[in-house]
Structure formats: C-alpha cells, structure tokens
Ligand binder design. Structure first.
Ligand SMILES: NC(=O)c1ccc[n+]([C@@H]2O[C@H](COP(=O)([O-])OP(=O)(O)OC[C@H]3O[C@@H](n4cnc5c(N)ncnc54)[C@H](O)[C@@H]3O)[C@@H](O)[C@H]2O)c1
Length: 258
C-alpha cells in the first residue's frame, strides 16, 4: 500500500515498537515519505533487520526501563514526530492477573509515552512544528474482559493525549498536534498471540476466536492492515492537519457504532 502523499523531508521521527507490526509499517511509511526515522525497540536481530529500511536507524532500548528512555531521548534529540506505539498484551481474569505483567504493561504503554513526550516536546515547541501520535486502541475507549492492564493503560494514554494537546495549544503560533489513534484488531503478531491465548482461555479453536471473540464487536468483520494505520499517521503529519488535535481517532470497523 502506498503512503499518503505527505512530504516529510527534513523531519525526524521516533517510532517505538518499530521492529514489528504497526510500528514497522509506520516507520516504513514515514521513511518513504522522506523522514529520517529512528526505530526504537528491544535489542536484537529483529530490530537490526527492521532498521535496514532506507532512511532508518535502530535505537535499541527496553521501554520498561526509565534509564533506557532517557538515553534514547537524548540520543534522538530534535524529534519532530513522536509515535508512541510499543505495546504488549496479557489476558487474564483480574483475580489471577500477574502483578509483574500489570507493572510491565503500564510502564511500556503509559509511562514510556509520558516520559518521551516530557523529554521531546520542548524541542517541538522550540522548532515550531511537532506531531505526537499515540497508538491507543478501541480499548482506550471501551473495555473487554480479562484485559485490565491493557484497557487501563490505553484509557490512560487517551487522557495523556488530551492533556498534552491542551498544553501544546498554548503555543498557538506553532504547528503542533497531539492525537491518539484507536484501532480495533489489526493483523499483527500481537493479535496472533492473543488469538492463541484466547483460544486456550475459552477452550475453543483459533478460527472461532477470530470470528466470535475478536471481531464479535466489529460491524465490518475484517482485520485492519498495519499499513492502513500507518497511512493515518502520515495523514496526521500533513501541515494542514494542525487543527485535528487532542482527539482519540477511531479506526474501529464500526465497533463503537453499536
Ligand atoms: N494489533 C492490534 O490489533 C492492535 C489494535 C489496537 C492497538 N494496537 C496497539 O498497537 C501497538 C503495536 O501493536 P502491534 O499489534 O503492532 O504489536 P507487535 O507485537 O507486532 O509489536 C509491538 C512491538 O513493541 C515492542 N515492545 C514491546 N515491549 C517493549 C519494550 N519493553 N521495549 C521496547 N519495545 C517493546 C515489541 O518488541 C514489538 O516489536 C500496541 O501499542 C498495541 O497495543 C494494536
């Protein structure tokens, strides 16, 4: 799929969780649109291979560790487009929900976006242009059972988005927007793992999980492609999209229309 027509030459983007799924599609789309792209993800061969994209480089880091976040923010510096995308999932009833998983999910999916925003938005104010795009989820707006940490983190990320958008609006002469994108299920490795986990939890076949559990609430019974989310990110990076700010933008195949 071709990226939206947007010229990002001279812009620098930092994409977290960029070695896989949505993050990889976003990094690829922004690089093809002319941006220099810094791809942050857990260290390893997967990140090294992903960062072989023309115009891209790897920033290995564990985003559950604050020191790593401070390090990549200082290595990246002067970031014009911040895409907070890294995420993990853990599916369990709350009474047996693993506490370490709760801490990990909140650290990667809420604390890391907060810290990267805190550390990088000043540069955007100074240069007069910036985009902060938080990959939340339909689970940033509604809940599903057995995903307490994920739903809490994604709702928190929508709250963070609105708050930072209001603060950025004080810099009214600058072209800065802050948004969350809220997709329903996207065809990525994270979802493939959930299909297996849900099948085990409900004791049903994986094909049944896709049809009856995952896409149960979707009006359109179709998984979203990572490149489709990436095109929304590119769209938000257009200069003339400055007014779309502080929003939780749904790509939910009609989920929330019920
Ligand atoms: N796939 C979906 O259906 C869907 C729907 C809505 C929202 N989302 C959100 O989109 C984002 C990307 O999800 P995806 O489906 O592409 O998943 P994915 O598993 O394909 O990619 C997630 C990436 O985040 C990285 N990551 C995880 N923990 C990390 C850590 N501690 N430090 C650094 N990197 C880390 C992983 O290594 C991986 O490369 C997530 O925030 C997810 O919640 C996904």
């Amino acid at each position: 799929m071709e990226p939206q027509i947007v010229d990002l030459s001279g812009r620098r983007a930092l994409v977290t969780g960029a070695a896989s799924g949505i993050g990889l599609a976003v990094a690829s789309c922004l690089a093809r649109s002319g941006a220099e792209v810094l791809m942050a993800d857990l260290p390893g061969e997967r990140l090294a291979a992903a960062a072989a994209l023309p115009g891209a480089s790897a920033l290995p880091a564990d985003l559950s560790v604050r020191d790593h976040i401070h390090r990549i923010a200082s290595e990246a510096s002067e970031v014009d487009i911040l895409v907070n995308n890294a995420g993990v999932q853990h599916v369990s009833p709350i009474e047996s929900f693993d506490e370490a998983q709760w801490d990990l999910i909140l650290a990667v999916m809420l604390t890391a976006p907060f810290l990267l925003t805190k550390l990088l938005i000043g540069g955007m104010y100074g240069r007069g242009w910036g985009r902060i795009i938080n990959i939340s989820s339909v689970h940033g707006l509604v809940a599903s059972s057995h995903k307490s940490a994920y739903v809490a983190a994604k709702h928190g990320l929508v709250g963070l988005t609105k708050t930072v958008a209001l603060e950025a609006s004080a810099h009214g002469d600058a072209n800065i927007s802050v948004n969350a994108i809220c997709p329903s299920y996207v065809r990525t490795p994270l979802v493939e793992k959930q299909i297996a986990d849900q099948a085990a939890l409900h004791g049903i076949a994986q094909s049944e999980v896709v049809e009856k559990v995952l896409l149960d609430r979707n009006a359109v019974k179709r998984l979203i492609e990572p490149a489709e989310v990436a095109n929304m990110v590119a769209f938000l990076c257009r200069d003339d999209m400055w007014s779309m700010t502080g929003r939780a933008l749904t790509m939910d195949a009609g989920w929330l229309s019920h």
